[in-house]
Design a protein. Structure first.
Lengths: 336, 336
């Protein structure tokens, strides 16, 4: 099993790792998101995850960066990689309920509304424009942008956007048993609300059915002048699909082998439908002797906070698979 | 008259230009700030100025970037320089009343309170820490940081901080007739409130008497690993004085010759008291044939939005004085 599925076709000198944070109120609907101990508390996950990545510890609340089932969250992987590489990540606040505990590049958006009942991102077009300004800023200081996301409930909004754009997709989930029926119910309700006449403009689709991350990430990609790697699974496919609909160049994706191998989703097929190319990182978490990490292999968590892209970047910066998994284990043991 | 007072003693390859934005409620006290058509509207000035610099135009409100007396604001100079050099500026939101119209690196602070009546920046220490995180981020992507500010009413909080730190200072103003007596009244009231026993820790001085910009800018400087140039007048001297009190390395300053030559203030003397070195830019605005710019020479506006540092940076990046003043004139004529 090789660590990276193939040698990337790009080169770079000045990489920048960034994560777009957002909430969608869909994550508070029971059964949608596993990214938090209760549906309501999923809203805090981007705040806690960004604090962990930025500072190496969560001090704003007395919680550990584990899932309710004892699985280290993807943010622990991302933190291990930023510490290993010395890269200082940028966080982009696309619309959060709670104020972050660390500085963020804020586009002054709002949390996404529940798209079953109302437009999810009324200011989608403006957020896209502000994302473009962020992409221009990043362009001035880097030639490779690895862009992750943290949006609890975001696979469901991604599903809505992909299907509204005419792409048949099933989506990954951080639950072991992917709650398809619940997500499909939501998606069906959303598509019914916005009618059979789906908007022709992909930003109108995001407005009606998406989340703030999708609008902002698409804007960042649209203006970034270097190489973009979208670091994530289904949610980043939704961003790629929006870019395709806008006639923009298609970025590559990077994610974990656990997303690719999720039989309940359809990542590689959807990737092909969107016309995107993906790199897969296989950190072999099953063989590290850590029960929580091993759960990634049976389909839990799988991805988030750009963890797959962060491992790809560490590898491309010259760190060996052993150094990468060693850094992750050391970090997890440090707080455990 | 030379454009830059002396050749700087630093070199650089990857410059970053950033501006820290904040409000202090002192700017709404009549007679304190000239940075707006009314005292209440001075609160919006950082928002309008950052929009102008980022986008080249103010579209969020039907206003022109001129002072009430028809003088182009310093943000027009800064915009001209970022356009000339191609540098994409970073804005840091240290605490604003109104949400910005452009993306900002937000530390999630609050506007500064009126220090005559209460602690001005209750979270000064936390904002300093968050500024340190911003400085670490900037360090990853640049080796020269030119750091400006936009804080209407900020010369008065700077005066309070400098005097509380034991530095005798008079301060510049964007008014032609510097309202010393009003500022001195405020400063005397503040020093009386915090008592004769001035706090020993400079961050406690900022908490009691400063504004959010001073806390955040000091944090950024404290962690930045390259060369810092504080771009501004008296307000940046307050930042330098805080850094001195914290035992941190002293950054250089850059400002306009109009700040240096302001007989009503004491910039060079205070600079010497603080132990900082300053570069002065003289763009010779009196000889350009523009009545509004010429008013800089008689002591109006003088500095803001890091305009002096932006001109210094453009010069160090190889742009001639004629190219620099030409870019400013072209931009001003474009909106006039």
């Amino acid at each position: 099993m090789q660590f990276i599925s193939e040698k990337p076709r790009f080169t770079f000198e000045h990489p920048l790792f960034a994560v777009v944070l957002a909430n969608t109120m869909l994550s508070t609907v029971p059964g949608i998101s596993g990214a938090g101990p209760t549906p309501e508390k999923t809203l805090l996950t981007p705040n806690l995850d960004s604090e962990l990545v930025a500072k190496g510890a969560i001090t704003s609340l007395p919680v550990k960066p584990d899932t309710p089932t004892g699985c280290p969250t993807p943010s622990t992987i991302t933190r291990s990689m930023t510490a290993l590489t010395g890269l200082v990540p940028a966080f982009v606040n696309a619309g959060l309920v709670h104020p972050p505990a660390v500085p963020c590049i804020d586009v002054y958006g709002e949390p996404g509304a529940d798209p079953r009942f109302t437009d999810a991102v009324p200011r989608a077009r403006e957020l896209y424009s502000r994302g473009r300004l962020v992409g221009e800023f990043f362009s001035g200081y880097s030639d490779l942008l690895v862009l992750g996301e943290c949006v609890p409930g975001g696979t469901t909004t991604a599903l809505c956007v992909l299907r509204a754009l005419g792409i048949p997709a099933r989506v990954s989930s951080s639950f072991v048993d992917n709650p398809h029926s619940r997500k499909d119910e939501v998606c069906t309700a959303v598509l019914e609300r916005i009618g059979n006449s789906v908007p022709a403009d992909p930003l109108d689709v995001v407005r009606a059915a998406g989340d703030p991350m999708i609008a902002v990430a698409a804007g960042i990609c649209a203006s970034y002048r270097g190489t973009v790697v979208l670091a994530g699974g289904t949610q980043m496919l939704a961003v790629a699909a929006v870019l395709k609909g806008l006639g923009m160049p298609m970025p590559d994706l990077a994610t974990t082998a656990y997303v690719r191998d999720d039989a309940s989703a359809s990542f590689t097929a959807t990737c092909a439908d969107v016309g995107a190319h993906a790199y897969y990182v296989d950190p072999d978490f099953g063989d590290l002797g850590h029960a929580g990490l091993a759960r990634y292999c049976i389909g839990e968590v799988k991805e988030g906070m750009g963890a797959g892209g962060a491992m790809l970047l560490a590898s491309l910066m010259g760190h060996s698979p052993i150094a990468i998994t060693g850094a992750i284990l050391d970090f997890i043991r440090g707080y455990g």
